[in-house]
Design a protein around this ligand. Structure first.
Ligand SMILES: Cc1ncc(COP(=O)(O)O)c(C=O)c1O
Length: 377
């Protein structure tokens, strides 16, 4: 299999650890390990203190799989396979797809969601949203794109990078289309539980459709990206066992400390998620005011969930040049839409971090200096 470089990851690798202000990260701040351990109940405290660093159970720690299943309605631990999130995409694509299959994937998006399929030799139709319609992914496009050899539909809601969340009616239509055609649905739900209005939360596709495979994990919503821990959920037991067998060729089993940390954090879900939603809501209010002030420079579609948004630069400004200049002048990392292979007019903003107000103030200062330069010629 030939895979193109993962442009977004390469960009992050170059700048993430050398730039002072990260204003495009998609995760919430990493929790302190000591803080997670302090949240343990009696059972998980014992598990942590008596942890041995041997191999772990390939499907995942039984208690962790039970805890994961509790996030869903009608899902049991037997439907949950512990993986690293990115690994989950690789495993699912390699298990489901063969050369020549047709795949439909939301786009722009997290590159591996379509890149792995292309690497396998599939033809991928990219399903693009309408920015003018709040970044809506119109199910009518999906319906028209389905072919006799469509093997997989890939969606990612809440969406990276726009923060779009479909209406319940649109989402039901997407699931219904997959169902009506017997097509497997891969639903990347990495930003689930970060809906700003809980009433907007969608059911997990695994709750709605037996041939759905869902991806979720600890990286974004929980702020445990460094644990490298996530899971796949499917009620299709045949597919489940095939994916579990494929894992023997990737990581075999998950990291022992990460499994226990994830278990503790899942049991403290309300505390952690409430804290993150409070921060996100504070940061979003600042962003609303920022885009109000700079309405002459940016077009802003307010996201509906998650930690990221995808504003557009007005005028003939290159997003890549803008992001590079912001980094050089203000030490702030923004992510140009070119890393999504999308266009050169948008950039990704991340607002899951505690120091985001400071970074935004600095960006304000940068823009003020630009205006000053233009005025003074
Ligand atoms: C939509 C989406 N899916 C999957 C992943 C992979 O998650 P991880 O980096 O924890 O492996 C990411 C990470 O950015 C993502 O944004």
């Amino acid at each position: 299999m030939k895979l193109n470089p993962f442009a977004l990851e390469r960009y992050f690798a170059k700048y993430e650890f050398s730039t002072r202000y990260l204003l495009s990260s998609s995760d919430c701040d990493g929790l302190l390990q000591s803080e997670v351990v302090a949240m343990a109940d009696d059972e998980t405290k014992t598990l942590w203190e008596s942890l041995t660093l041997g191999y772990t159970e390939s499907l995942g720690h039984p208690l962790l799989r039970e805890e994961i299943a509790k996030l869903y309605q009608g899902v049991s631990a037997e439907d949950c396979l512990v993986v690293t999130p990115e690994e989950g995409i690789f495993i699912a694509a390699n298990t489901i797809l063969e050369k020549g299959d047709h795949v439909i994937c939301t786009y722009p998006g997290y590159q591996s969601l379509y890149e792995v399929a292309e690497g396998i030799g599939c033809e991928v139709t990219k399903w693009q949203p309408q920015e003018a319609d709040g970044w809506r992914f119109d199910p009518a496009f999906l319906e028209a794109a389905i072919r006799p050899n469509t093997k997989l539909i890939v969606v990612n809601f809440p969406h990276n990078p726009t923060g779009y969340l479909p209406s319940k009616a649109d989402y039901a239509r997407i699931v219904q289309l997959a169902q009506a055609h017997g097509i497997t649905l891969f639903s990347d739900e990495m930003y689930r539980f970060l809906e700003y209005d809980p009433a907007h939360r969608l059911p997990s596709a695994s709750e709605e459709y037996d041939k759905a495979v869902c991806l979720f994990g600890m990286s974004k919503t929980f702020g445990l990206a460094g644990a490298r821990l996530g899971w796949l959920v499917t009620k299709d037991q045949d597919l489940y066992h095939k994916m579990a067998a494929f894992k023997d060729y990737t990581t075999i089993c998950s990291s022992a400390p990460s499994e226990i940390l994830a278990l503790i954090a899942l049991r403290a879900r309300d505390t952690i998620v409430d804290r993150h939603l409070t921060r996100i809501s504070r940061n979003l209010a600042l962003l609303d005011a920022f885009f109000d002030r700079h309405g002459d420079k940016f077009a802003w579609v307010r996201p509906r969930a998650g930690t990221i948004a995808f504003p557009r630069l007005l005028g003939e400004v290159s997003a890549l040049a803008f992001c590079q200049d912001v980094m050089a002048q203000a030490d702030i990392m923004l992510l140009p839409s070119t890393v999504y292979g999308y266009d050169d007019a948008h950039f990704r903003l991340g607002f899951g971090r505690e120091n985001m107000p400071e970074a935004l103030e600095r960006l304000d200062g940068y823009l003020g200096a630009l205006d000053q330069d233009i005025r003074t010629g």
